[in-house]
Design a protein around this ligand. Structure first.
Ligand SMILES: C[S@@+](CC[C@H](N)C(=O)[O-])C[C@H]1O[C@@H](n2cnc3c(N)ncnc32)[C@H](O)[C@@H]1O
Length: 230
């Protein structure tokens, strides 16, 4: 579903490339680690140091990649569609190779990675099938696909992925809504079996950083699926 049908904020909406090109200068400081890194830290089934080769799908500025490297991943590749985000990722010097391209059609070789991670990007693609299929193609048998996302609860309630520009004006980035069952259907069409799933709610820890979010207390803000290729 296109987010536009649910939009309650009516901020000006820009494409992914335009949006992230503008957001890049403040991106790392404005995205809370509670959104995705806390969820990644909950994973029990993946032994990070055993993941010799991993790929960061929609790596952006390398926030997620930096966390993965800290867990002991040896060889990490990254791909993103916004060159300006990738420039920041390059500066972090954590990727073996960084490729400019689309996560639905990566050009990475078949059966290459022990692990593929896609954090906070799936709401920007209209259908999940091509992403789950591409991850299936590039991950080895028994390898993992971890997908972290902005929770559809917030999108269904009309709150888009957005940022503030230099003048403090809120800008939305074009998004789509995928229900949890859409993820399950896309995964099952391919070779993925569910291993773990968690949701993050807006809790007291979150509210300490963002007290103005009291109205969203206990609402789910993000989710994580851990899939294994069978
Ligand atoms: C919210 S950022 C997430 C970046 C990083 N994974 C993180 O968690 O900080 C979303 C990123 O997805 C990228 N993106 C969106 N759609 C994409 C696509 N179809 N192919 C590749 N990158 C995409 C954007 O360019 C942007 O860098």
């Amino acid at each position: 579903m296109d987010f536009a049908d649910f939009d309650n904020r009516h901020y000006p909406t820009v494409s992914v490339r335009q949006g992230y090109r503008k957001w890049v200068s403040t991106y790392d400081d404005s995205v809370y680690d509670e959104m995705d890194l806390d969820l990644l830290a909950k994973i029990k089934k993946i032994y990070w140091t055993k993941m010799a080769k991993a790929v960061d799908l929609a790596c952006g500025t390398g926030r997620t990649g930096a966390w993965l490297k800290r867990q002991g991943i040896r060889e990490l590749d990254g791909i993103d569609i916004t060159p300006e985000m990738m420039d920041n990722a390059k500066e972090k010097k954590i990727y073996r190779q960084l490729v400019h391209g689309d996560i639905r059609n990566t050009k990475f070789a078949d059966n290459t990675y022990d692990l593929a991670v896609c954090s906070l990007a799936n709401e920007h693609i209209p259908s999940l099938d091509p992403l789950y299929k591409e991850a299936d193609r590039i991950v080895v048998k028994n390898g993992y696909f971890v997908i972290v996302g902005y929770h559809p609860f917030f999108l269904l309630n009309g709150i888009p992925t957005h940022f503030n520009d230099e003048e403090g004006k809120s800008i939305s980035i074009h998004s789509y809504i995928h229900l949890m069952s859409d993820h399950v259907q896309a995964a099952f069409k391919n070779s993925w079996q569910l291993q773990e799933m968690y949701e993050r709610i807006v809790d007291q820890e979150w509210l300490k950083k963002k007290p103005q979010w009291e109205i969203y207390c206990n609402k789910p803000i993000s989710f994580i699926f851990v899939w294994q290729k069978k």
